[in-house]
Design a protein around this ligand. Structure first.
Ligand SMILES: O=P(O)(O)OC[C@H]1O[C@](O)(COP(=O)(O)O)[C@@H](O)[C@@H]1O
Ligand SMILES: [Mg+2]
Length: 299
């Protein structure tokens, strides 16, 4: 799909994107390691270009009121999600044609060592109701390990990039959570409930119990239904913690790397993840969880 076909306008990142696509293929292709895998820096450059392309497209549609008709019926519900995923795939294919692509909309294709996990529109329901809390996310995995993540929140134009072992940035500025000495009753945490727990009665009841437990202890429990927005807030240290119940991998892979590279600490197990800005907050958060969940993340 061309820019003309889908009315794509890249807004203020036009120059960055143009620079990127003009960057010699050679320039990118030069940056491979001895095993024939692109360097994390090369992956990160592509990841950022990809989420910006999709995010800018979604923001343009959002501001034009283009979400209303599209999301009116189930049949057309996925139009913007699919278009955004197409833009991400285009960016990745341009730089790395042999890589495996694994998108929330179109599934998995390819069998390369490098796999891109793509959430083209995180917060689809928010988008559908014109609620401005959305993001676009990609995670690049090499042999199953996430090495690079990028998340773009297009409506506030914040772009997060994380590289394993090298830290995280927002709009190019380094991110580092600072430990806080603040009890949960003065802290805001977020709860992420993934599709399996939304759709299954038993798992939903479990997630409801987690919500009640957190609400009883924390100042506020935020539910954005756009988990990548929460990941950004955790990485900034704005949220004290994030608890995920059966999260979707398409957003989780990118989010976990972003949080850990910003210095957040976490535990996980059997469908649950809990992350926080420091060990004391994490311990308090885990202590709050219902027994069964606490055991699974402590296990
Ligand atoms: O209530 P719905 O529409 O089934 O959506 C629930 C899903 O929405 C999310 O919050 C965001 O998912 P999307 O990336 O599909 O927009 C998921 O974490 C959650 O599983
Ligand atoms: Mg998502």
């Amino acid at each position: 799909m061309t820019d003309e076909d889908d009315g794509l306008e890249r807004g203020r990142h036009e120059d960055v994107a143009a620079d990127h696509s003009a960057a010699d293929a050679e320039d990118v292709a030069d940056r491979w390691d001895a095993a024939g895998v692109p360097t994390p820096e090369a992956l990160a450059e592509t990841a950022e270009a990809a989420v910006r392309a999709a995010g800018d497209y979604l923001a343009e549609r959002f501001r034009d009121g283009g979400t209303v008709g599209e999301y009116h019926t189930d049949d057309v519900k996925a139009e913007a999600d699919e278009a955004a995923e197409g833009l991400i795939f285009e960016e990745i294919r341009e730089d790395f044609p042999g890589h495996t692509l694994h998108g929330e909309e179109s599934g998995r294709s390819g069998d390369g060592r490098v796999e891109w996990i793509v959430d083209p529109l995180d917060g689809t329901n928010n988008y559908a109701i014109d609620y401005p809390s959305i993001a676009t996310a990609v995670a690049a995995q090499v042999d199953g390990e996430t090495l690079v993540a990028a998340i773009h929140e297009p409506l506030v134009d914040d772009c997060y990039v994380a590289v394993r072992g090298e830290g995280a940035t927002v709009n190019g500025e380094p991110l580092s959570v600072t430990p806080r000495d603040r009890p949960l009753d003065r802290s805001t945490v977020s709860l992420v409930v993934g599709l399996p727990a939304v759709r299954d009665d038993e798992l939903r009841a479990e997630a409801d119990a987690v919500r009640r437990a957190l609400s009883g202890r924390c100042k506020r429990v935020l539910e954005t239904w756009s988990p990548c927005v929460d990941w950004g807030l955790l990485a900034r240290g704005s949220l004290a913690g994030v608890v995920c119940a059966y999260p979707d991998p398409f957003e989780q892979e990118a989010g976990e790397l972003l949080a850990s590279e910003a210095g957040a600490v976490s535990v996980s197990g059997e469908g649950y993840y809990a992350g926080a800005v420091d060990e004391a907050t994490l311990a308090a958060l885990v202590e709050t969880l219902p027994e069964q969940v606490r055991e699974s993340v402590s296990g």
